[in-house]
Every structure is written in structure tokens, then in C-alpha cells.
Design a protein around this ligand. Sequence first.
Ligand code: AP5
Length: 225
Amino acid sequence: MSSTELNLILLGPPGAGKGTQAERLREDFPLAYVATGDMLREARREGSELGGKAQEFMARGDLVPDEIVIGIVLERLSADDARDGFLLDGFPRTVPQADALAEEMGKLGRRITAVLLVEVPDEEIVKRISGRRVSKAGRTYHVEYDPPKRAGRCDVDGTQLVQREDDSPEVVQARLKKYHEATSPLIDYYEVLGLLRRFDGSRSPTEVHDHIRATIATLRLEDQL
Ligand code: AP5
């Protein structure tokens, strides 16, 4: 791996602000962005077989089976634009997914630079998700914390903002439960490997972003020592 290669994972509960931070980090670093939720929603919009399979799991707040998700992520990571670094958002979400990623990295002689854990209490998550609105292209807003300039319209392309179908209160509770059961064990998994970096996601998006950027700068310096 070259000393400048950044292979980052964004970890955290639903609605923690992973997508919000990813949008900013992509402006800072030229990384291939791999967001499994976006890929699965895109597959659904296209009406592909994969989209059809994922739909029932996503609609009830369940995780899409490992064998489906692992396949699409490993294929995406082998694309040319992911060779010099990537930002994973929403993957891995289970220990088998993390094991599959580690095995693939080992085969390619690459390694994960850091796992960025964005921590937010459950009560705050519910407020964030209930106020989230998204544009057709997937740009994210919040009616209170990050409102668009014109109510209900995307600042960039003017399309109508809508609520994601899995953002209903019942489905959010199911997603949070799943996070605590299946995904939170990855915190220890990556801590033991010395890869975990924690961020207080209850701060403002700019504060969280500044903290992540400073951490990445330090990691790069350490890599060059
Ligand atoms: P996915 O799309 O990955 O959803 P998620 O992890 O639940 O995360 P979200 O997109 O809901 O939230 P986020 O952390 O990105 O927060 P955001 O920045 O939008 O996955 C959806 C589904 O796909 C899963 O449930 C599963 O079914 C399936 N899936 C995906 N990956 C899978 C995998 N690996 N394995 C199996 N299944 C998989 O912010 C939320 C809101 O808060 C926004 O309105 C934003 O404006 C606001 N906000 C953000 N930051 C702040 C802040 N600091 N202060 C105040 N407000 C803020």
C-alpha cells in the first residue's frame, strides 16, 4: 500500500451523520465512495433482481443478507477508481462482512487505514431521522438542523425533497435494534485491531468534520514516520 492511500470506513448507527460526513470528506480527499444503502436503493429504482431481493429487508429495517452485500462491495472495490483509496459508508455492518473485507484486503496487499465511528445517542437519532429529507439524487437535508434554502426543494437541482420509506418511526426502531445487535460488535472488533477512531456525532456537522479531518491528517503523518 502506498503511504498516501486512504482506505476509510464510516461506522455508526442509522442517522448518525455518516452520509453527511461522507459528502464533506469526498470534497477533501479523492476517494472512491462506496455506500451500500445508496447502491441498494439505486438497484431498487432500476428494478434489478438485486433491488428486488433487497427491498423486503430494507423496508422492514432488517439487514440485507451478507452474501448479497459482500458480493456487491467486493466487486465495487476491485474497480479502477477504488485502487488508490476508498470511503466505505454502511459496510461492514456484521462480523462476517468485516471478515470478508479483511480477507480481500489481505489478498490485495492493502489495509484499512481507520474506522471512523460517529457516535450519537438513540434519542437524538430518532429526531434526526424523523426530520431528514432527501432529493432524488440522494442529497440529504434536515427540516430543522440543515434546511434547504427553499422549503421542500433541493438547493442543487431543485427537485422535490421526500422522506425515505425506511425513515418511519417503527422502521427506525427496527434499524436501531439491528444496529445494536449486529453492527455494534464491530466497535470492539476494530478497537482490538487498533483501527477505531471515535467522534462525538452529537456536535454540529462542521465540528464533526473538522475533528475527522484533523484525525486523518495525524494518521497520514504517522504513516510517513
Ligand atoms: P443506509 O442507507 O446505509 O442507512 P443507515 O446506516 O441507516 O444510515 P442513514 O443513511 O440512515 O444515516 P446516516 O448516518 O448516513 O445519516 P445522515 O448523514 O443521512 O442503509 C439503509 C438500509 O440498507 C439498511 O437498513 C439495510 O437494510 C440496508 N443495508 C445497507 N448497508 C448494508 C449492509 N452493509 N449490510 C446489510 N444491509 C445493508 O444524517 C441523518 C439526518 O441528520 C439528516 O437529516 C442530516 O441532515 C442530519 N444530521 C447529520 N449530521 C448532523 C449533525 N451533526 N447534527 C444535526 N443533524 C445532523
